[in-house]
Structure formats: C-alpha cells, structure tokens
Design a protein around this ligand. Structure first.
Ligand code: UDP
Length: 350
C-alpha cells in the first residue's frame, strides 16, 4: 500500500517514514526541504536496509511545496498510471515555529492552510480520501482542566495554533460533505523528544533551537553555553512548567496505528491526543537527562516566556482505546536516545 507523506523529511516525518517502511508500506515523500534535511531520508533507508537486510528499498522523494498543485498532482498521476495508486496521506507538511508564526502570520496561513487545501483538493480528485493530519496540543485553551481531553476547549493563542485549528475545521467540513466518504484522523501531538534508538536519525533544528530538548542536548554537548529555564514561580511542584513529553518513535508508531484504525471504517473522523498522560517539569527533565547520560547541564533561571502554559498534559485514553497503540518508551529512554543522536551527530545532519 502506497502512502504519500508530505513533510516526511522533518523530525516526526522521518521517524514515521522509518516506521512505515519497517511495516512494509511503500512511501512517497513530498518535502520542500525548507525546514528539513536531505540526509534524513537517506539515513532512514540506511536503517531499514541494515535492520532488514534488504537492498532494493527506496523512497520516492519529490522536492516541492504542497502549495504547488502540479507537483502534488504529478505524484498521484504517476502512481495511478503505475497501477499502484496512493491510498492514504500522512500529512506533516507545514511551518511549526510559534515565534515565527507571530512574526509572519501570513506565511503560516499560506503554507499551512492553503497548502493543506491544495493537498485535499488533489486527493479528492484522485479518490484518495484517507488522511492522518499532524495537529497539535497548542490548539487547547489555557483555562482547561487537566489532563486535556479531545473535547476540551479549543482556544489557541498564536497564529501557528490557529492554522492547526483551521485545518482541523477544513477537514471536519470536508468529512461532513454528503457525497464522499472521507477517513480523517487529527492527531494532537504533545511534546515529541528523543530520537530513533540507532542514533542515526533525530531532530536537527536549523539555528538555535526554540524547544527545550534540542537545547538541552546542545548545552550538554558544549555547543550552547547554558539553558535558561523560563520561570521558577509557576504553580507546580518545583515552580517550573510541566509538559507531556513523548518519544518520537512512539509518536511515529501512533500515525501508523491511526491509519490502520481508519481502514476499519467506510467513513470516519477522529481527533486523538498523542501523549503519554504523564507530566514532567523542566527541572525533572533536566535531572533525568543528567542522571541517565551522566552529564551536567549548565542552567540559569530566567523570566517566564510569553505565551507559555503552566501545564500541558494529555488524557490519552481515547487513543489507547481506539488504536492498537500505547507509548512504550519512558522519559529515561527519551533522554538516552536523544543524547545518543546528539553525540553521534554534533551538528545534526549538517
Ligand atoms: N523551556 C525552557 N527553556 C528553553 C526552552 C523551553 O525553560 O530554552 C521550557 C518552556 O518554558 C516550556 C517547556 O520548556 O515550559 C517546553 O518548551 P518547548 O518550547 O519545548 O515546548 P512547548 O512550550 O511548545 O510545549
């Protein structure tokens, strides 16, 4: 079964491509490489070849933006003509920086929303109506009680989050049209960290990382001087913010489980939280990283970051009950694998 993976060269996308290939799916990736690296998918292939002792495995890669309708359509035509049509899409393509989205909202609305509309239009034209979409926990409002459920209030506070809500709404409207039978899973990610256990693929942010985990690994490696902890006066046990960190391979496997779940139905729309359900504070994360890897993270306390939430933790019961999936790798494994990737690749894919 052939799957189209827009944005498949990025952090979560590349780990999902690996999981797809290991389960025997054929994949085609369309990626602009604006925020990702050419080497990631080559490395995915290296891992699959090594683990499965197979030589003739490939990923068809199209370097293009999903706003480019002709480029997307070309792929659907190619596989239709080959008698191996694209059956489903796992859609990662889009811009993902909250800060950048505040500075350039039009870019975010254009790439994320127009790109998704374009993709859906082409899918519809070629009778491919199964899609797993990368949504985000940033869509939930601050005042919700925890853990966050799929029906908690949706109230994003930045343009990035609002584009994710808009795409979910577009998918919802698409699903509700009377004529076509769509199968749609909106996967609301919590905080993916870590790397594949081989240390061959991982997160390779361009420039100074915004997210805490690559920041920690780069401080531990001596690339960055010190981690600033944003706030020590939050109403949590140790005063630092709490997040639900999930191993990127557990998240990747969640996509395949969602795809396989959708395939049980003739028509389906589901929103699912993909998190572990466990909250970890910034200090607990640093402490675990230091202990399991026997390294020291130089750190200081800074003021709160504008727009941060105190606690973001998933209620993952719906995903656990619907999908043949559960997160298997704990925080220690996330820290071990993420550090392995960092020491084997001090400059990421560069
Ligand atoms: N954080 C921090 N220092 C950093 C980056 C992040 O203390 O350099 C904190 C941030 O305030 C939040 C947590 O780490 O509480 C996770 O931040 P990240 O940006 O990784 O994810 P998000 O805020 O999107 O959940």
């Amino acid at each position: 079964m052939r799957i189209l993976v827009p944005g498949g060269a990025g952090f979560i996308g590349s780990h999902t491509c690996l999981a797809l290939l290991e389960k025997g799916y054929e994949i085609t990736v369309i990626d602009s490489y604006i925020n990702s690296h050419k080497k990631s998918l080559q490395r995915v292939l290296d891992i699959v070849k090594r683990n499965n002792r197979v030589k003739n495995i490939s990923i068809d890669i199209e370097i293009a933006d999903i706003r480019d309708e002709k480029a997307v359509e070309k792929l659907f035509i190619r596989y239709k003509d080959l008698g191996n049509p694209i059956k489903a899409v796992i859609h990662f393509a889009g811009r993902k920086s909250v800060q950048e989205s505040v500075l350039d909202p039009l870019l975010y609305w254009d790439v994320n929303v127009n790109g998704s509309i374009n993709l859906l239009r082409v899918m519809d034209k070629y009778n491919c109506r199964t899609i797993v979409f990368s949504s985000s926990a940033t869509i939930y409002g601050f005042s919700n009680s925890l853990p966050l459920k799929e029906n908690s209030e949706i109230k994003p506070i930045n343009p990035y989050g609002r584009t994710k809500v808009a795409i979910e709404q577009i998918l919802n409207d698409t699903y509700n049209n009377q004529t076509d039978k769509w199968k749609i899973a909106n996967l609301r990610y919590f905080n993916p960290i870590g790397a594949h256990s081989s240390g061959i693929i991982g997160e390779s942010p361009i420039g100074i990382p915004n997210n805490i985990f690559p920041y920690i690994t780069q401080v531990a490696a001596g690339i960055l001087d010190q981690l600033s902890i944003f706030g020590q006066d939050w109403p949590t046990l140790d005063g630092t913010c709490v997040r639900d960190y999930i191993h990127v391979m557990d998240l990747a496997e969640g996509h395949i489980a969602a795809l396989e779940y959708l395939n049980n139905f003739e028509k389906k729309l589901v929103n699912l939280n993909l998190g572990t359900g466990l909250g970890t504070s910034v200090l607990e994360l640093i402490d675990t990283f230091e202990k399991v890897n026997n390294v020291k993270i130089s750190k200081n306390f800074a003021g709160r970051r504008i727009g941060d939430s105190c606690k973001v933790v998933a209620d993952n019961c719906l995903a656990l009950s619907c999908l043949n999936w559960s997160p298997k790798r704990d925080l220690e494994k996330m820290c071990l694998d993420g550090w392995k990737w960092q020491i084997l690749n001090p400059r990421g894919y560069d």
